[in-house]
Design a protein around this ligand. Structure first.
Ligand SMILES: [Zn+2]
Length: 190
């Protein structure tokens, strides 16, 4: 079975809506129209995944946010007169394995990628239909690499140097949680 996209359940939408209200007041105030889509990976006849549900630059990620292209907005089927501004795709199997807090943290991550555009006076820029203009900002850091390259080059690998830079340049308290954190999970957000 090939990859499938399905509308998120009320519970998933509630998780995203709660994080939007609590941690993204500027975005919440812009009142964007968005959809959360659960993505199921391609599966073989025994129901085993044969590939990732969602990828960014070819690597598997747990979720991804995308703005709807201008030309697609009229056909995205927003509520009433509203057009859909963005979608958030979530790996359905990864979501199932996450704790409630990690689900909220994932929602927080995806929503952090969105910024409401403002003019020089700090006034929200709007489209002709009144919807706030949004843009996507990149992650502060990306962790990527090959185990085999780390094995070959150790501390001289780009992977190791990148990890050291994140530790040194990030806010000092950022990685305090590592002291008490359980073993890291492999699900990443895009
Ligand atoms: Zn991200």
């Amino acid at each position: 079975m090939s990859k499938r996209w399905m509308a998120a359940s009320d519970a998933v939408n509630k998780a995203f809506g709660g994080v939007l209200e609590e941690h993204h007041p500027a975005l919440a105030k812009a009142d964007p129209e968005y959809r959360v889509l659960m993505v199921h990976p391609p599966m073989d006849k025994d129901g085993m995944p044969t590939g990732p549900a969602i990828t960014t630059a070819g690597a598997r990620v747990a979720a991804k946010v995308s703005l709807i292209a201008e030309k697609m907005r009229p056909i995205t089927g927003g509520t009433g007169e509203r057009m859909v501004d963005f979608i958030i795709e979530v790996d359905a199997l990864a979501w199932d394995r996450m704790s409630a807090k990690t689900r909220q943290a994932l929602a927080d991550h995806e929503l952090e990628h969105l910024r409401v555009k403002v003019d020089g006076d700090g006034v929200t820029k709007r489209r002709d239909d009144g919807a706030a203009q949004l843009e996507i900002i990149p992650d502060d850091y990306m962790l990527n690499g090959f185990y085999v390259v780390v094995a070959r080059w150790g501390k001289d690998s780009i992977e190791a140097i990148g990890l050291a830079m994140i530790r040194e340049e990030g806010p000092q308290q950022l990685f305090e949680f590592e002291k008490t954190a359980p073993k890291a999970k492999k699900d990443k957000a895009a």
